[in-house]
Unconditional design. Structure first.
Length: 232
């Protein structure tokens, strides 16, 4: 038996794991869609990923309406990836739209980035501050974090994941993180997977010197742990 290894963990496996990644932002740019899969492949050795996106979600998921629309499409997307022979599926969105319904539609583990990031945040043992697209942390994160959640904030000028691609977004996120630390947070949990796209987790870790949870790597790691459990 070999092991899936990387800087974020080791998972015993008898074959290279294949993860399916569902992006909730619609794009014809395959390189862009595969960004989160590449991040997972770089963090965990012997992992392959295949990515697809939901249709008709040009701004991704950023409010109740877009979340509900994405949720309705999630089971079909999960079935498509399951049909491609993946070992597990990651929904790369911290609102976790349609995760329960999609999980029920397939026979492989399925992980939402929001729940995964919140669970990893708890491991650090300190009060958690959340940076997302609204001033309120996603419901799934609130449920997991409970009274460990001290504050939530949306960076100035950031309302959709596309706003994170603007040059001023990184400084706005740093400003938001410093505000969370002033509220008593000892751990920063990022509640938009678009932050991983721009390399924000590493940037904030270096600048602030506190744990910063990357939702994409958290979801990838949890998915791999679930796969490893199946192959024991």
């Amino acid at each position: 038996m070999s092991a899936v290894t990387g800087e974020h963990g080791q998972f015993p496996m008898d074959h290279a794991a294949k993860l399916g990644i569902i992006r909730v932002i619609t794009s014809r740019d395959q390189a862009f869609l595969e960004t989160h899969g590449r991040l997972i492949e770089q963090a965990y050795a012997a992992v392959r990923t295949v990515s697809l996106c939901l249709p008709d979600q040009p701004d991704g998921v950023h409010d109740e309406s877009t979340e509900q629309t994405a949720a309705a499409k999630m089971p079909d997307a999960a079935r498509e990836l399951a049909g491609r022979g993946v070992d597990a599926i990651v929904v790369s969105c911290c609102s976790d739209p349609g995760v329960r319904e999609a999980a029920a539609a397939v026979d492989v583990p399925l992980v939402g980035a929001g729940e995964a990031a919140a669970l990893v945040s708890l491991v650090y043992g300190g009060p958690v501050g959340v940076i997302g697209l609204t001033g309120q942390a996603p419901r799934t994160m609130c449920d997991v974090l409970g009274d460990r959640l001290v504050a939530s904030i949306a960076p100035r000028g950031v309302r959709t994941t596309l706003d994170l691609l603007r040059p001023e977004a990184v400084s706005a996120c740093e400003e938001a993180a410093r505000w969370l630390l002033a509220q008593g947070a000892g751990v920063i949990c990022l509640a938009c997977t678009g932050t991983a796209t721009i390399g924000l987790p590493r940037r904030l870790t270096e600048v602030l010197g506190v744990p910063v949870v990357d939702p994409v790597l958290a979801a990838g790691g949890l998915a791999l742990m679930m796969v490893a459990q199946r192959h024991k």
